[in-house]
Write a protein that binds this ligand. Structure first.
Ligand SMILES: Cc1cc2nc3c(=O)[nH]c(=O)nc-3n(C[C@H](O)[C@H](O)[C@H](O)COP(=O)(O)OP(=O)(O)OC[C@H]3O[C@@H](n4cnc5c(N)ncnc54)[C@H](O)[C@@H]3O)c2cc1C
Length: 366
């Protein structure tokens, strides 16, 4: 089978690395560079934490995690264990965090619920908080480096990785995918995999596929501080978060907004997304949650889009167009989940997909 993967972010490259192990002829087409879009804009947190986790969500993450464990063991890439602390500003959310801690612990993951007066030992000012869910094993990685590693693995197994080439059309023959037009030429294709992150709705439209995908704006500012930040990634119930920069001297942090609700989403043009006016100032004010950032100054800012779905899970599988497969709607977890998503795409193509993954992830579940 001739397979064309559209998109060279972490999802497309993870899929390319996975499919490179098969007998299929695989090409990946990326309009800019590998891992330079949403993947580069992300906070790079490999998250063990899940709020209200189901057994499926935990198993799905474990699949991804085992690929990452192997990757960090056999590649020169590094991950830094910093942990994640979710903090509740209301009693209702605190209850959910406490229950989530219990579910995660039952599953064998290190997780604990901390009442407010214990938050200061993690470098967080407890004022205004009810309590927190702390998972110490979440790690930071460099997602662009990971995407390039996946792309290199793919190349080594014979996958053609084309950068600076944009897919402009997908040609159907008798209702099935037959080729892909790019601005550098045509490629035969029995199967096209749409892994274009926030551009996925536009690529779906090329073949008249409509899926419930919206986007939320993910602005981020980088703060410079004199003091080292000893707190974990700290995510507030009110959707802002502080992520230690993770550099050798331990100073500095990124402050971002973490909106993943479908109701918060809308359709943006990914090429036009911009940091909202005033975000940097409001982010600086929020950084006082972590006292070490009190006198921090803004060094940089950027924005990315999260592509969100109604149930918060990715959409992965074949659509109603024969040969047109989607791997999109990561709902703010694409770095964490990419290897597991790649595994599902492999299962779809090899007709070896567990019923559970089909039911939870397939495009026709809505
Ligand atoms: C601010 C922010 C912070 C985040 N933090 C985290 C985090 O800490 N942990 C986590 O797990 N997730 C995080 N996420 C989510 C994560 O970044 C995404 O889920 C993930 O990067 C999506 O990867 P992707 O490969 O699907 O998309 P992308 O990285 O956007 O890749 C899609 C690629 O498709 C290409 N493309 C588009 N159209 C075409 C075309 N027509 N032809 C060819 N190529 C095309 C684009 O150029 C792009 O490179 C964050 C997201 C944001 C916005």
């Amino acid at each position: 089978m001739d397979i064309v993967i559209v998109g060279g972010g972490i999802v497309g490259t993870a899929i390319a690395a996975r499919l490179g192990e098969t007998e299929h002829d695989v090409a990946l087409v990326e309009r800019s560079g590998i891992g330079t879009e949403t993947t580069a804009a992300s906070a790079g947190i490999l998250m063990e934490t899940v709020i209200d986790p189901t057994p499926f969500d935990l198993r799905f993450r474990e699949r991804a995690r085992s690929v990452y464990d192997d990757l960090f063991e056999r590649s020169p890439l590094e991950s830094t264990r910093v942990g994640v602390l979710y903090v509740a500003e209301t009693a209702t959310f605190a209850d959910r965090l406490e229950e989530s801690a219990a579910t995660l612990s039952d599953r064998g993951l290190e997780a604990s619920y901390l009442p407010a007066d214990e938050l200061s030992r993690l470098g967080v000012d407890p004022d205004g908080f009810v309590g927190g869910l702390y998972t110490p094993n979440d790690a930071l990685c460099d997602p662009t480096a990971v995407a390039n590693w996946f792309a290199d693995c793919a190349r080594q197994t014979g996958v053609e990785v084309r950068t600076e080439a944009a897919v402009t059309d997908i040609v159907l023959s008798e209702g099935a995918v037959s080729s892909v037009e790019t601005d550098t030429g045509r490629l035969d294709a029995d199967c096209v995999i749409n892994a274009t992150g926030p551009w996925a709705p536009a690529v779906n439209e090329l073949v008249d596929v409509s899926l419930p995908l919206r986007q939320t704006l993910g602005p981020m500012v980088a703060l410079e501080s004199d003091d080292p930040i000893e707190s974990p990634v700290t995510i507030l119930e009110s959707k802002r978060y502080v992520r230690p920069t993770g550099g050798a001297d331990g100073t500095g942090a990124w402050v971002g907004e973490y909106r993943t609700g479908y109701d918060d989403g809308q359709r943006y043009d990914p090429d036009e997304a911009a940091v909202p006016d005033g975000f940097a100032d409001s982010a600086r004010a929020l950084a006082t949650v972590v006292p070490a950032l009190e006198d921090a100054s803004v060094a940089d800012e950027w924005v990315g889009l999260r592509t969100v779905t109604p149930d918060g899970r990715p959409i992965v599988g074949e659509t109603n167009v024969d040969g047109f497969v989607v791997a999109c709607g990561m709902t703010g977890q694409g770095i964490t989940l990419a290897p597991a998503v790649a595994d599902v795409v492999y299962g779809v193509l090899e007709e070896d997909l567990a019923g559970e993954s089909r039911d939870r992830l397939s495009p026709d579940r809505f």
